[in-house]
Design a binder for this molecule. Structure first.
Ligand code: PLP
Length: 349
């Protein structure tokens, strides 16, 4: 595939302090841009990262036709670059796009675009366990027209941001009993931009009470645990691990499905089923609730220290050995080419 590359004259990498990165604040020298117009995706281009111009009438600003992905590139000690299950990301991007009446992106543009971009900005992917390059592929509606209908023009863009091992600090969560993230028949399963905007306000209320995130419950009854803002959720009761099944309200996380597989591979008792809030509260009261953790590309596995539901609060016990750290290590060893990869999840680019 022919990708036109316009390189920066001087890299800004020297000005970046890689030992002190805030997540998602610094971007690499280049980005990939691919336009969709007249019913077709044009040839992608790699150009210097920087501001782009859009008409104020561009549809994305008015009706939110925007979807994204979150991935990481990793480097091993030999300097080879790897992605984790990129085939799942492009499938999900296209599933998200379909739900928002946006055109599917040819998989080849995604894979080849990533490859060329990563090789061009390879200096930005630092070696060392925990270092990575966070990748943000996204599609937006750019047609300058404000009638409420799908756009005829789109842009697919990939921007890249160097990241260190992500530590979110101590995370405590509120179990939702009023607001909802997603509804049956809605867009919850899509990585649609609007899903995140609608969480900011309820999450800011949780912040005021000293909680960092919300575990969303089903919109109809608020009786079932679903997922967090950008993470799927796992519960450990005794030695059993439980996570909710995906449905049209829940994002089908790649980390989540990898953990389910690893649990099976390692003879950890895993159940994928509906989880009642009352079941978790009872397990907590009986001292059987051992762990609660989120899963997602950014943090891999994020242990949760405590939760609140209505007037009930609970602090998780401190354990010597946790499923959370077990899965985090297993996944990172695969991602960084430090262990065997029996499922073929690691893809060298
Ligand atoms: C991205 C995301 C996840 C995690 O998905 P991964 O593929 O594991 O990164 C979970 N829930 C929501 C709502 C998300 O947006």
């Amino acid at each position: 595939m022919d990708i036109k590359i316009q390189q920066v004259e001087t890299s800004k990498i020297e000005s970046v302090d890689f030992s002190n990165l805030s997540f998602g604040q610094v971007f690499t020298d280049h980005m990939l841009v691919c336009s969709y117009t007249n019913g077709e995706w044009e040839s992608p281009e790699i150009i210097p990262y920087g501001p782009m111009t859009f008409e104020p009438s561009a549809r994305v600003f008015h009706y939110g036709q925007a979807v994204f992905e979150g991935m990481k590139a990793y480097k091993d000690d030999d300097g080879d670059i790897f992605l984790f299950r990129p085939d799942e990301s492009i499938k999900r991007l296209n599933a998200s796009s379909e739900r928002l009446a946006m055109p599917a992106l040819p998989e080849e543009i995604f894979h080849e675009g990533l490859k060329q971009l990563l090789h061009l900005d390879t200096e930005w992917i630092k070696k060392g366990f925990g270092n990575s390059l966070y990748l943000r592929p996204f599609v937006i509606a750019t047609e300058p027209a404000i009638s409420a209908s799908p756009s005829n023009d789109y842009k697919f863009i990939i921007i890249c941001s160097p990241a260190q091992s992500y530590y979110a600090g101590e995370v405590r969560v509120v179990v939702a009993d009023k607001f909802s993230r997603a509804a049956d028949g809605g867009v919850g399963y899509a990585k649609a931009a609007g899903n995140y905007a609608s969480q900011f306000y309820p999450t800011s209320l949780a912040h005021k009470e000293g909680y960092q995130q919300i575990i969303w419950t089903d919109a109809n009854t608020h009786e079932y645990m679903e997922e967090a803002g950008t993470m799927n959720i796992f519960f450990r009761i005794g030695d059993k691990l439980i996570t909710a099944p995906t449905n049209d309200r829940i994002l089908d996380g790649i980390t989540r499905k990898s953990i389910i597989q690893l649990a099976k591979d390692n003879n950890i008792d895993i159940e994928v089923r509906n989880i009642k809030v009352s079941e978790i509260r009872e397990a907590a009261e009986k001292g059987e609730l051992k762990e609660l953790f989120g899963s997602g590309t950014a943090a891999v596995v994020n242990p949760i220290k405590g939760f609140k539901h209505k007037d009930f609060t609970y602090e998780l016990p401190e354990l010597e050995s946790t499923y959370a750290s077990f899965f985090k290590e297993k996944l990172m060893n695969i991602q960084y080419n430090k262990s065997e990869d029996v499922h073929g999840w690691r893809v060298k680019v």
